[in-house]
Design a protein around this ligand. Structure first.
Ligand SMILES: Cc1cc2nc3c(=O)[nH]c(=O)nc-3n(C[C@H](O)[C@H](O)[C@H](O)COP(=O)(O)OP(=O)(O)OC[C@H]3O[C@@H](n4cnc5c(N)ncnc54)[C@H](O)[C@@H]3O)c2cc1C
Length: 427
């Protein structure tokens, strides 16, 4: 295996070329490196791991502490397909990898795992230090602009050089958050090489809401909010999760996870009073109103765990003046208030686009890849790992775990192939 790198007349030999220095590419390079092997990682941006640095709002929710078998349901209907990768390098193995390199990890009560330092930069630093130890060359600011198949492997073109490689790993990520460098190049390269791909779309997206009434309350968040989704008058989904108001609509892990099932024009109904049902809330509100006839309705509403600013907004949207006394609270006003507290209706205009999507749905088709080695089924020595593949998980660390696990498995595939080759050469 050899990569020939020509630059200013110089020629350097590598064994493996990796496109993209995100978690999948770096992890693959680290584990594919064997003594004496030469590996190059080509990265388009001026530094590696730009998206990793942003992950978990800079704190890096690296994985989830749950049982691996429970991970599978977190990748939509592709869970079974990701299984070999996830089980070849589990969440526990990932934690051990970082802990052995002096980066302790910590699980939150909800199972999300972060580095104890809460710094994505520390995760990246471990990966880069390991690349250095293993002799992996990382060239930043070198976007690969073309990939072609040659008799002896692949040719990669960058603005600085042309590389020839026997083994190629594509780990260019998806198309979301393009400012981090992932702009869908890997899917285009795969397609040009003849690899099947599926349609891509933004996933884990905030939702844009028609005439969003809570824009002024952007930043308020709700823990474990129950909400339902309606289409053509029928309930099509029931969810519970953390929800955040933005300037244009709703976000937060609960919404992001549900977004894969939500379409434009769907109706969301949010409950601001937790799991208490409409009928129970009506009865409870009526009892409090009856028992406190001289109180303001706003004082009664303040008795529920609703943020104060939202409380005032809900009264306004229900046409209830601030000073309205309970003994003047009409049945219509009560019905409006109950609806707004338990089933606040919001119409989805659209899911957010790639600029705000956490991940990309679709990509390199899984049925074109040997999922036990991550090697193309039709193009020998071409490997894929990470978000460039048609894999997208829920929030909670599932996407980074998939990137690390598939990166690891691709490395295993590359090593096994190399061992097989040298065994055959020795026979
Ligand atoms: C804001 C945000 C927060 C997130 N938080 C979390 C979280 O807390 N937990 C979690 O599990 N997931 C999180 N994710 C998702 C997670 O970060 C990604 O799924 C993961 O980074 C994918 O890893 P990857 O290596 O496959 O791709 P990427 O991290 O996208 O890396 C791909 C790399 O390839 C490079 N590249 C692309 N094209 C070329 C080219 N032509 N030539 C050279 N280089 C190229 C890119 O510049 C990039 O550096 C988050 C995503 C976003 C956007």
């Amino acid at each position: 295996m050899a990569v020939v790198w020509r630059i200013r007349g110089e020629m350097v030999q590598y064994d493996i070329a990796v496109i993209g220095a995100g978690p999948a590419g770096l992890f693959c390079a680290i584990h594919a490196a064997a003594p004496g092997s030469r590996i190059i990682v080509l990265e388009k941006m001026d530094g590696p791991g730009k998206k990793l640095l942003l992950s978990g709002t800079g704190q890096c929710n690296i994985t989830h502490i749950g049982e691996m078998r429970d991970f599978l349901a977190r990748y939509g209907d592709h869970g079974k397909l990701v299984k070999p990768a996830l089980f070849s390098f589990t969440n526990k193995a990932l934690l051990a990898f970082f802990e052995e390199r002096a980066l302790p990890m910590q699980a939150e009560e909800n199972g999300k795992v972060f580095p104890r330092s809460r710094q994505s930069a520390d995760v990246l630093a471990v990966l880069l230090a390991e690349c250095k130890t293993k002799g992996v060359n990382i060239h930043c600011g070198e976007p690969v602009t073309a990939v072609t198949r040659q008799t002896a492997g692949f040719e990669l073109v960058t603005p600085r050089a042309v590389y020839r490689s026997t083994v190629l790993v594509i780990t260019t990520g998806g198309s979301s958050y393009p400012k981090t460098g992932s702009t869908g190049d890997g899917v285009r390269f795969a397609q040009l090489l003849g690899q099947p791909v599926t349609e891509t779309a933004p996933a884990l997206t905030p939702l844009l809401i028609k005439n969003f009434p809570f824009a002024a309350l952007a930043g308020i968040s709700f823990e474990e909010m129950p909400f339902t989704v309606w289409r053509g008058g029928k309930k099509v989904g029931e969810y519970r999760g953390d929800v955040l108001f933005t300037h244009l609509g709703v976000s937060g892990p609960g919404i992001l996870d549900a977004s894969r099932h939500i379409q434009p024009d769907d109706l969301l109904k949010l409950s601001f009073v937790g799991t208490i049902k409409r009928e129970e809330f009506t009865a409870d509100l009526s009892r409090r109103v009856q028992e406190n006839r001289t109180w303001n309705v706003s004082t009664i509403l303040a008795g529920y765990p609703i943020p104060e600013r939202l409380n005032r907004k809900l009264l306004k949207l229900s046409d209830i003046p601030d000073e309205l006394k309970c003994n003047h609270f009409s049945a219509e006003q009560r019905t409006r208030l109950v609806t707004n507290c338990t089933e606040f209706p919001l119409i989805v205009t659209a899911p957010g686009g790639y600029a705000v999507a956490m991940v990309t749905r679709g990509g390199v088709a899984l049925d074109g890849v040997n999922l036990k080695t991550m090697e193309s089924k039709t193009i020998p020595r071409l490997y894929f790992a990470g978000e460039v593949l048609d894999i997208d998980g829920d929030t909670g660390g599932y996407n980074l775990q998939a990137a690390f696990s598939t990166g690891f498995l691709a490395a295993e595939g590359i090593r096994k192939r190399a061992e097989e080759k040298s065994r055959m050469a020795g026979e």
